[in-house]
Design a protein around this ligand. Structure first.
Ligand code: ADP
Length: 370
């Protein structure tokens, strides 16, 4: 018998049918059928003319489609009968319960055919995960279109306002200023969407090189300084040495920058923001903390989702896109690290990124420039 396949002698016996037809030595299936089925990725089930399962892959049992030599789902039995009657190959998608308990569903793509022996063959693919991925992608596209509509719509209205106010230089000046803000938001949104799409496509880094994380954090803080100074927020960066990881410097800088940007944006005027980089044993840790608004406990997982904002109005007023933390999450994952969040409403937030540190002995003369 081919590995992974099982014959169901007992069922046939109990139904009082001739055992000889089910003998393992003389299976009724054409020689080679099992071999072919064992190679296919799909779950395979072969039924005889009384709907009893005469062969099934292990996966058929593991996915709860076959139990004690019988098909569990009525829909599959009916499909098999129809194919046996008509002789035509059928292909369909069924939404089946995962098991007798709970609300779990399985999206099963099923192909059914009558074999020349009179058996019915069912090939089943579990499409649940693939469908979920498609759904997430569709959601993303819908969200992106929605997010783009706001600044684009704003620009159209402002352009009309400028036209109408052609004789009023002061109004033209004001509307032009707002057009600039909307255009900047649009540019940032498009850049972040592209960054995120790239990060999601590439699960790993193609060419990791030694990166001095302290340097990346200093760059990230510098890029936020202008906005921080406008609010009287002082960003303090404290770094230790030997904080080297294998990765992509630009991506690491972007991730830290997104955290510092948020720390500044969600802090009150004049509040301090701290960035610490240090090597702790075999890890490099980046800690970004603020004493700002904080994030409620039940929102702390959700803030890493694309376009999720605790307070959409505040996020918009600070020019937020809702993508910053999602980018952080992907950059960290691509570097084999993790992100942790501590936060308390009204007291502030601390984001900790941990990355596997490069072994100093491996670095040799490839030490990054300080
Ligand atoms: P945004 O561009 O809106 O800031 P992010 O993905 O960077 O998007 O963050 C998602 C949400 O998480 C923000 O809208 C905000 O509600 C919350 N958030 C992120 N960082 C902080 C922080 N340091 N303090 C308070 N809230 C924060």
């Amino acid at each position: 018998m081919t590995a992974g396949w099982s014959a169901r002698l007992r069922r046939r016996d109990r139904k009082g049918q001739d055992l000889v037809t089910m003998s393992l030595d003389a299976p009724e299936l054409q020689p080679g059928v099992e071999d072919v089925l064992a190679v296919l990725r799909s779950i395979g089930i072969v039924l005889d003319d009384s709907d009893a399962v005469v062969r099934s892959t292990q996966a058929a049992v593991q996915h709860g489609l076959v139990r004690e030599g019988e098909l569990v789902h009525r829909d599959l039995v009916e499909l098999a009968r129809e194919v046996r009657r008509s002789g035509e190959i059928r292909e369909t998608e069924l939404d089946l319960p995962r098991g007798p308990l709970g609300r779990g569903r399985m999206v099963a793509h099923v192909r059914a055919a009558r074999l020349s022996t009179g058996h019915v063959l069912l090939l089943v693919d579990d499409r649940t995960h693939a469908n979920r991925v498609d759904e997430v992608r569709r959601d993303f596209v819908a969200n992106v279109s929605h997010e783009l509509k706001t600044p684009v719509g704003g620009l159209v209205l402002l352009a009309e306002a400028v036209q109408d106010a052609a004789d009023d230089p002061e109004a033209v000046h004001r509307f032009a200023g707002r057009m600039k803000v909307e255009s900047e938001r649009l540019t940032r949104l498009v850049k972040e969407i592209v960054d995120l799409s790239r990060l999601q496509v590439a699960d790993t880094l193609t060419e990791p090189v030694p990166v001095d994380v302290a340097g990346a954090a200093a760059d990230a803080a510098d890029r936020c300084r202008l906005v921080a100074e406008g609010k009287g927020v002082e960003i303090t960066v404290t770094t230790g040495d030997r904080a080297v990881v294998y990765g992509d410097r630009e991506l690491l800088t972007t991730a830290i920058r997104n955290l510092v940007d948020n720390a500044v944006a969600y802090s009150d005027d004049g509040a301090p923001v701290r960035v610490t980089v240090e090597r702790v044993d075999d890890l490099v840790q980046v800690v970004v903390s603020d004493l700002g608004a904080g994030i409620p406990q039940d929102e702390q997982d959700r803030v890493f989702e694309r376009f999720y904002r605790v307070d959409p109005a505040r996020s918009r007023s600070t020019g937020g896109t809702g993508l910053g933390l999602s980018i952080v999450k992907h950059v960290v994952a691509n570097h084999g690290g993790e992100v942790r969040l501590w936060s308390q409403t009204g007291q502030g937030s601390t984001f900790t990124l941990s990355f596997p540190a490069a072994a100093l002995t491996d670095l040799g003369e490839h030490q990054p420039r300080p």
